[in-house]
Ligand binder design. Structure first.
Ligand code: PLP
Length: 383
């Protein structure tokens, strides 16, 4: 007991000393353009609500209708009584949209990623992951009985060399769009060298945003991986996730994916609202067009500033380097009506602290003007 207490206190103190401790902030409007707290307002440049669906009237209405039709909760895990017609409708919609035979639903992207790796990997297997993959993927591989080999970020040659040296059953895993860098994986090139390895893509930040009708990074690249993880908490505006795969793999995951088998199914009303959100993702092309225009405008407005990184997505990292300076910049912007997060180690490499700026279809160019003006001001006053 005492050892645990000491460990907890020491770890907390170390985080504080390094300037890396995190605080929960209670806000209203995290899913909207304007964030409110204590009668103050900020323009929200921090959410993953890329298409502006998280507070959309039709999506909210669908969830309300779902509540009336199906009640509040699912009542059980999917294999018991938790799988309703609303869940089946969502699965069918996902399969039709993304061109897979099966969709296995999860309550979060984190659990979908963990379930995928834990169910597939055995001792003697090798899992190859991009160095910058999400914590849920890296952690699952580290805790699995397989060997984890990380390849240099988006470096197909490095992956190819590493694959060539391995004889074992292999799985290659990458994100489609990297969550902290906003760049896209070379999916086509990876698919070409995968050989006998299975290929899995976590498209948390590409689904809905990239590709025709929002089909995501894989569709945009013309690639069909063996497993595609799509999450519902970002462009789709709600939460939850699915693993897309073929029928046999779907049957396998239905037996073996413990986060699916032993967890209460998502509320049916949520599945119902998600089906509506996908309809809008498919049909509201204007949301993607607006996001692309805002992205171009951001690049023109910010490209002269040191720290700017060009990306083909709505995720715009602004690299500051030092953690304390990144925090100082976020604080300065907050004092000038802009809400965003300073991302520091361990989420990104030490000395790579950054602002994670996200654009959404809810923004206007004037908001980007406001952001650019104040980032420039901070660079001047902090030089
Ligand atoms: C690349 C990536 N994968 C998975 C997840 C986890 O998804 P969820 O928020 O649905 O748990 C995230 C979330 O931040 C992510 O960025």
């Amino acid at each position: 007991m005492q050892a645990f207490n000491q460990r907890i206190e020491q770890t907390l103190q170390t985080r504080i000393n390094q300037g890396l401790d995190r605080q929960l902030r209670c806000v209203e409007g995290g899913n909207q353009l304007m964030i409110c707290r204590d009668n103050q307002q900020w323009v929200n440049f921090a959410s993953n609500n890329y298409l502006g669906l998280a507070n959309d009237d039709k999506v909210v209405l669908a969830w309300q209708q779902g509540l009336r039709l199906f009640g509040a909760g699912s009542g059980a895990s999917p294999l018991v009584t938790g799988h309703s017609t609303a869940h089946q409708m969502l699965e069918d919609k996902l399969c039709d949209w993304l061109g897979f035979e099966r969709a296995i639903l999860f309550n979060s992207g984190f659990s979908a990623n963990q379930a995928l790796l834990f169910s597939l990997l055995e001792k003697g297997d090798v899992v190859f992951q991009d160095k910058l993959n999400h914590a849920s993927l890296i952690e699952a591989a580290m805790l699995s009985p397989a060997t984890l080999k990380r390849f240099a970020h988006n470096d197909v040659e490095d992956l190819s060399r590493k694959l060539a040296n391995v004889d074992a059953s292999s799985l290659v895993v990458t994100e489609g769009v990297f969550s902290m860098d906003g760049d896209v994986a070379p999916l086509k090139d990876i698919a070409q060298i995968q050989g006998n390895a299975l290929f899995a893509v976590d498209d948390a930040h590409g689904i809905g945003v990239l590709g025709e009708k929002g089909g995501g990074s894989c569709q945009a690249a013309g690639v069909k991986p063996n497993f595609l993880v799509v999450t519902f908490g970002k462009a789709l505006g709600i939460s939850g996730a699915a693993i897309m795969c073929d029928a046999t793999a779907g049957d396998y995951l239905t037996q073996m994916a413990r986060h699916f088998v032993y967890s209460t199914a998502m509320p049916p009303a949520q599945a119902y609202a998600l089906t509506q959100a996908i309809n809008q993702v498919q049909h509201d092309d204007w949301r993607r067009t607006k996001l692309d225009e805002l992205s171009d405008y951001y690049e023109q407005s910010m490209c002269h500033l040191p720290g700017f990184r060009s990306t083909p997505t709505a995720i715009k990292p602004f690299i500051i380097g030092d953690s304390a300076r990144a925090l100082d910049c976020a604080k300065f912007l907050s004092q000038h009506g802009i809400w965003l997060s300073a991302i520091r180690a361990p989420t990104v490499a030490r000395h790579q602290a950054r602002l994670r700026i996200t654009l959404t279809a809810l923004h206007e160019q004037s908001h980007i003007d406001q952001l650019a003006e104040h980032v420039e001001q901070w660079l001047e006053v902090s030089a």
